[in-house]
Design a protein around this ligand. Structure first.
Ligand SMILES: *[C@@H]1O[C@H](CO)[C@@H](O)[C@H](O)[C@H]1NC(C)=O
Ligand SMILES: *[C@@H]1O[C@H](CO)[C@@H](O)[C@H](O)[C@H]1NC(C)=O
Ligand SMILES: *[C@@H]1O[C@H](CO)[C@@H](O)[C@H](O)[C@H]1NC(C)=O
Ligand SMILES: *[C@@H]1O[C@H](CO)[C@@H](O)[C@H](O)[C@H]1NC(C)=O
Ligand SMILES: *[C@@H]1O[C@H](CO)[C@@H](O)[C@H](O)[C@H]1NC(C)=O
Ligand SMILES: *[C@@H]1O[C@H](CO)[C@@H](O)[C@H](O)[C@H]1NC(C)=O
Ligand SMILES: *[C@@H]1O[C@H](CO)[C@@H](O)[C@H](O)[C@H]1NC(C)=O
Length: 925
């Protein structure tokens, strides 16, 4: 009774342990289409949801019926590795098993696959398919080195890598513990169940650890041959106590072979040998021996000193029948062909008996990449939303390294190179980079990296650093000057600021820092007097050059224009500058938010999309290049982009944009969006189909279509726009850069003024002076230039120049037309002084205009370019004059031709006007 109870109890606990064990099993049906539980109670999961590489393939030719063998996953035959990551408990022992069923026997004329199987960086097996219908099993017993392992296939030498199943089975207690497990995995070479009842292997649930005990009935080439005559298979159904260290399943112990003629011999091939091995023999007496009977035998082959003389007496060794005796060999050296022989001793009445054997090869663990280095690489991977590169699996360095890194040959390998040029990275450079202290090359150029450059002062091996073409901001860190091995440093085209460490400029380092508008050369560094001298001299030369240039220009202007000493400063208008933005706008974000509603924030990505990555440049404005774009809603836009940062700080840019977006007038090009990202400040304007007035005036073909009346209408539109800026807005806005290229023409050839109110001005040709006054040479108000007092009359001056261009069809400055020292104002004045009025008027009118109309405008133009702002008309007066001219032109008065000009009364009137206006402004030349 008590016996049955204990058996029942054992069975109960066995079932319970089986249940809890199976929960920890991981069974992956590679290429499988669904999750399912097989008849043995193992739950298989399809890899479809987590394996992004390779192709799931149903095995057509396979006549294997067990579900996990109906599918395999095939990977490309490239130089990448494809890995499955399995979670493990660190230091727990596991069986890791991969199986391979090729199935595709049709391709027999092609070579069958041969490729490598790796666990982490350790070469596990060379998978060589010779039989398309055989399931090749590779099993490794490991003590988990960390919280996860990666099983990888790669490096096909023929055909391509594939995998059919992947299984992870945790072990308990000290199963398969070895003296060498810190350095070696165990690769199972043979696990044979002798005397098996069928040719099916025994595994789960008979073996709670799901080891595969192969039947000795399996017929394979050179496997379990050389069997001695008289070998008999025996079995029992009695319970066997197998609770020794490796806990082999009872079912395996219930069968055995015996050598009835005194010998047991076998020969089998051990894949991957010769090698050092861990070997077990399992003996359990399963025959009921009579009292006088004995079973004693020795190991005759292979000859193992220290073992071969030992006499095995199972019942004695195991202290009883139906009890396991499990001698093992911790480290024996075995050949590829294992011949073994057991012989009975002279005095033994029975021949030798064998229940099972296990032979495993020691596989040296190959070191993984430094854990911290590998973890830090993940930060880089997470910086890109897409890109196949970031999905490279397995160990970064071994067996084959990721395409974007390079590694040292040290143990463990360290990351030496990171090459991520143009990989769409965004965000900040991870500060963890400081831990990659073996890094010699860092290539992060051509991405969208932002933020400041982190501390990399610990990376003393760094030799080459590419950070160019990003949006990096902040200071260029000074440690770059102290890295002992640095040879090349590229930071051009970023948004960096601050002083350049002098050591970078000593000529020993290739250093490119162009296009970082806010970066400058450090001046007072006491450590390097030669460098200071050099920078002082450079700065001086530049300064003197600039000074001379501006003096020359100033002198040229003054020589022609300054004749009256009384400077009248107009304070009547408010000037847009940082200080004139109402406090409420600067302080309360709500006001700004409200203002910003008018021009919406557009992301840089949207802008890139709209402009097909800035593929169509349509001009160069004072802000920067202008690109054509089409927004998602179909609206055509002109995108002005600037990487130059003369507006310091986002705040000011945002404030200005907020202000400008409130300004709406039919003769002002509306600002419909803006963007500030990294260094780039972007303004999105409505697209104007007919380009600039300048294009039309200075293009001989377009010019002809622009008759006098059309020009007048354009001038009126522009004047209305400017007048609105001066008086219609609160605070009022001074354009600062009125010129023909800022007067844009819409599809109906009506004009709108663009580019108003921005405090910034960028380089436009060489005709630009930004260090002294802002504006464009030839349009710049000489009074503003001399006094630095900006008023709305400065815009009037510039508009006067525009009017002269409209009348004459000539450019505002032109060496051909006016000589190097003259501009349109001087030219027109001197002609009028000589009485040669006809020469001012654009010959392409072919005389089709009314002279009174032209003169009405000319008169206003000359008044507008008066030296003193106070003498110039206001913008509304200019607007009225142009309107008069339009009325005159449209009126019934007869058309004047150039030939009849000299006799016209208008001319007489005009000469009168000239003499009165020129009385106090003599035309000096
Ligand atoms: C292995 O150990 C776990 C937890 O210690 C236990 O739940 C499980 O039953 C054990 N498995 C076997 C087969 O003994
Ligand atoms: C299979 O199981 C895994 C893990 O439980 C799950 O992530 C996946 O979505 C399942 N796949 C299917 C097809 O049900
Ligand atoms: C199918 O199985 C039989 C034995 O059952 C075997 O002889 C044959 O080669 C197998 N065919 C394929 C295509 O695997
Ligand atoms: C051994 O196996 C054979 C065949 O399955 C069976 O007939 C026999 O009864 C078994 N012997 C014992 C002792 O269980
Ligand atoms: C096994 O023995 C050999 C020879 O004594 C020795 O070189 C080796 O390190 C030992 N261990 C393993 C795991 O091979
Ligand atoms: C052997 O078994 C007997 C009873 O079956 C027991 O008394 C004895 O202690 C056992 N010896 C050893 C070494 O386990
Ligand atoms: C620095 O980079 C810019 C932009 O890439 C390039 O045009 C220039 O030639 C480079 N200068 C040097 C000295 O290499």
């Amino acid at each position: 009774m008590s016996f049955f109870c204990s058996v029942f109890f054992v069975l109960l606990s066995f079932v319970a342990s089986v249940c809890s064990q199976v929960k920890d099993f991981v069974s992956i049906d590679c290429g499988g289409a669904s999750n399912y539980t097989d008849p043995n109670g193992l739950s298989w999961i399809s890899d479809a949801s987590f394996m992004r590489h390779g192709k799931a393939t149903e095995l057509q030719a396979s006549n294997e019926t067990s579900q996990p063998y109906k599918f395999s996953r095939y990977f490309p035959a490239d130089n990448k590795k494809y890995c499955y990551k399995l979670n493990t408990a660190e230091r727990r022992r596991y069986i890791v098993r991969a199986t391979f069923l090729y199935g595709d026997s049709d391709s027999a004329d092609n070579a069958y696959p041969m490729f490598q199987l790796y666990l982490d960086a350790t070469q596990w097996a060379t998978v060589t398919i010779k039989d398309a219908s055989r399931i090749y099993v590779e099993e490794l017993i490991i003590r988990a080195p960390s919280s996860s392992i990666q099983v990888c296939v790669c490096c096909a030498s023929t055909s391509y890598p594939f995998i059919t199943t992947l299984e992870l089975r945790p072990l308990n207690l000290s199963l398969y513990a070895t003296d060498y497990e810190d350095e070696y995995f165990l690769k199972v070479a043979a696990r044979v169940n002798f005397g098996a009842l069928t040719s099916d292997p025994i595994r789960y649930p008979d073996d709670p650890y799901d080891r595969i005990w192969e039947s000795d009935l399996v017929k394979r080439q050179n496997y379990l041959v050389g069997m001695a005559p008289g070998t008999k298979r025996i079995n029992t159904s009695k319970m066997i106590n197998a609770n020794l260290r490796e806990h082999p399943p009872v079912k395996v112990m219930q069968t055995a072979v015996v050598g009835t003629k005194g010998r047991l011999t076998y020969r089998l091939d051990l894949e991957g040998f010769p090698a050092n091995a861990r070997a077990y023999a399992y003996f359990a007496e399963i025959e009921d021996l009579k009292n006088y009977e004995t079973r004693k035998f020795t190991l005759k082959q292979p000859y193992l000193p220290g073992y071969s003389n030992a006499i095995v007496n199972i019942a004695e060794n195991a202290n009883g029948s139906y009890t396991l005796y499990e001698p093992s060999y911790m480290n024996i050296s075995l050949d590829f062909v294992l011949s073994f022989a057991l012989s009975k001793t002279q005095d033994s009445t029975r021949g030798p008996l064998l229940n099972a054997i296990e032979v495993s090869k020691y596989v040296k663990i190959f070191p993984k990449t430094n854990t911290q280095d590998a973890a830090n690489l993940d930060f880089f991977r997470s910086m890109s939303l897409n890109g196949e590169w970031k999905y490279e699996d397995g160990d970064p360095c071994n067996p084959i390294k990721w395409e974007w890194v390079n590694c040292s040959t040290s143990t463990p390998p360290r990351i030496t190179n990171i090459v991520l040029s143009g990989k769409n990275l965004s965000g900040m450079i991870p500060s963890e980079i400081a831990q990659l202290d073996q890094l010699t090359e860092l290539w992060l150029d051509g991405n969208s990296l932002s933020g400041s450059i982190p501390d990399m002062s610990s990376l003393i091996s760094l030799m080459i650093v590419h950070l160019e073409n990003n949006n990096l901001a902040g200071q260029l860190p000074s440690y770059f000057g102290e890295l002992p091995n640095l040879r090349e440093l590229y930071v051009q085209n970023n948004c960096l600021s601050g002083d350049i460490p002098p050591a970078l400029l000593n000529g020993k380092i290739i250093f490119n820092y162009t296009d970082n508008p806010r970066m400058n050369i450090m001046r007072n560094n006491k450590k390097n007097p030669r460098l200071i001298l050099f920078s002082i001299v450079t700065a001086l030369v530049v300064f003197v050059f600039l000074l001379l240039g501006s003096l020359w220009w100033l002198w040229k202007r003054l020589r022609n224009m300054v004749h009256d000493g009384s400077h009248v400063k107009s304070n009547s208008l408010r000037i847009i500058s940082k200080s004139s933005i109402p406090l409420s706008m600067r302080a309360g974000s709500s006001v700004i938010d409200e203002a910003l509603d008018l021009a919406s924030y557009v992301t840089f990505t949207e802008i890139e999309e709209a402009t097909c990555n800035f593929c169509k440049k349509i001009g160069e404005g004072s802000f920067g290049p202008v690109y054509y774009g089409k927004m998602k809603d179909g609206k055509e836009v002109a995108v002005k982009i600037s990487a130059d940062s003369s507006i310091d700080g986002t705040r000011q840019f945002t404030n200005e944009v907020a202000l400008l977006s409130r300004i709406h007038h039919k003769n002002l090009v509306p600002l419909i969006g803006y963007c500030e990202e990294g260094c780039k400040q972007v303004l999105v304007y409505e697209y104007m189909h007919n380009g600039t007035l300048r294009d039309h005036l200075h293009d001989s073909v377009k010019k002809r279509s622009l008759d006098w009346l059309s020009r007048l209408l354009i001038a009126e539109d522009a004047a209305k726009g400017l007048a609105y800026l001066h008086t219609g807005c609160n605070p009022s806005v001074i354009h600062r850069d009125v010129k023909t290229s800022n007067i844009l023409l819409d599809i109906n050839m009506r004009a709108k003024v663009s580019d108003f109110g921005l405090s910034r001005q960028a380089n436009e040709n060489l005709s630009h002076i930004s260090s002294v006054a802002r504006g464009t040479v030839g349009y710049l108000d000489p009074e503003y230039y001399a006094t630095q007092q900006l008023t709305d009359k400065s815009d009037v001056y510039s508009f006067g120049v525009v009017l002269l261009e409209i009348i004459s069809g000539k450019s505002h400055i032109s060496i051909e037309d006016y000589g190097p020292e003259l501009n349109i104002v001087h030219w027109a004045r001197s002609l009028i002084r000589k009485g040669d009025i006809a020469s001012i008027i654009d010959p392409s009118f072919m005389g089709a205009f009314k002279i009174e109309s032209v003169w009405r405008v000319a008169e206003t133009a000359f008044l507008s370019v008066e030296l003193h702002g106070a003498s110039r008309p206001r913008m509304q007066e200019v607007e009225i004059a142009i309107h008069d001219a339009i009325e005159i032109e449209k009126g019934s008065a007869s058309i004047t031709t150039i030939e009849s000009l000299s006799s016209s009364s208008a001319l007489a009137n005009h000469l009168e006007f000239l003499s009165s206006s020129s009385s106090n402004v003599p035309f000096a030349r």
